[in-house]
Design a protein around this ligand. Structure first.
Ligand code: C5P
Length: 223
């Protein structure tokens, strides 16, 4: 048995992060949430007042941010920034609104991709994002394209917000998801698309456990 890398891509709210995290736990793999990296950069840019179109200033900001995977014992391995937690702020509405614009810059993507490749170089990593199977790890041994209907994805985000005591409106979420899907799949650099060799997995009528079991089964066949 040898460890592999698993690329999980798909649109906003398709359940990627929950499924990827749980699959990683079951396989004793690391989990890398690449969306959280773009979200953190956006969070910091908002805090520093850097406009979303200022690519050079954003790149400079990114240079001072160090991402790592830190082993927190029982809590598992967590993505950390400059040694600490990324914080809840990365999930705020303000960040969600701006993140697609900031992540569309070529230089930002190039730098992020290099760092993600670095973090996954020892293998045994489940990465979720938009361009993992197509750009970050085109050689990943297992690629999954996770999707679900817009209604189902909106419903899940709504419930997740309620659970985390965040204010939530399902119609606003649906609009936001549709807008982000459009921006992420029509951008010039590394748009969201299913890799040719990815397994498509429609999670509309699947529970999280079923989706995780499916991915773990595919992974074990490749290990
Ligand atoms: O996965 P999540 O919804 O948290 O990602 C937030 C945003 O980050 C996406 O809408 C997309 O614009 C960007 N992203 C990206 N490439 C990735 C992961 C996320 O462009 N690999």
């Amino acid at each position: 048995m040898h460890k592999i890398n698993i690329a999980i891509d798909g649109p906003a709210g398709s359940g990627k992060s929950t499924v990827a995290r749980k699959a990683a736990e079951q396989l004793f793999y690391l989990y890398l949430d690449t969306g959280a990296m773009y979200r953190f950069l956006t969070f910091r840019a908002l805090r520093e007042g850097i406009p979303e179109h200022d690519e050079e200033a954003l790149l400079q900001l990114l240079t001072n941010i160090e991402f790592s995977l830190v082993n927190e014992g029982e809590k598992g391995v967590k993505l950390s920034v400059n040694g600490g937690p990324l914080g809840e702020g990365i999930r705020s509405q303000a960040v969600t609104e701006k993140v697609s614009a900031i992540s569309a810059h070529e230089k930002i993507r190039k730098e992020m991709v290099t760092r993600q490749q670095q973090l996954a170089k020892e293998k045994g990593v489940v990465l979720d994002g938009r361009d993992i199977g197509t750009f970050v790890l085109p050689e990943a041994e297992l690629k999954i394209y996770l999707y679900a209907s817009v209604d189902e994805r909106s419903r899940r985000r709504y419930l997740e917000n309620l659970e985390n005591h965040r204010p939530s409106d399902i119609d606003v979420i649906k609009e936001e998801i549709t807008r982000r899907d459009h921006l992420d799949s029509t951008r010039q650099i590394a748009p969201l698309t299913q890799a040719k060799d990815a397994f498509p997995l429609d999670t509309t009528n699947l529970t999280i456990e079923e989706a995780v079991a499916h991915i773990c089964h595919l992974a074990r066949e490749k290990e």
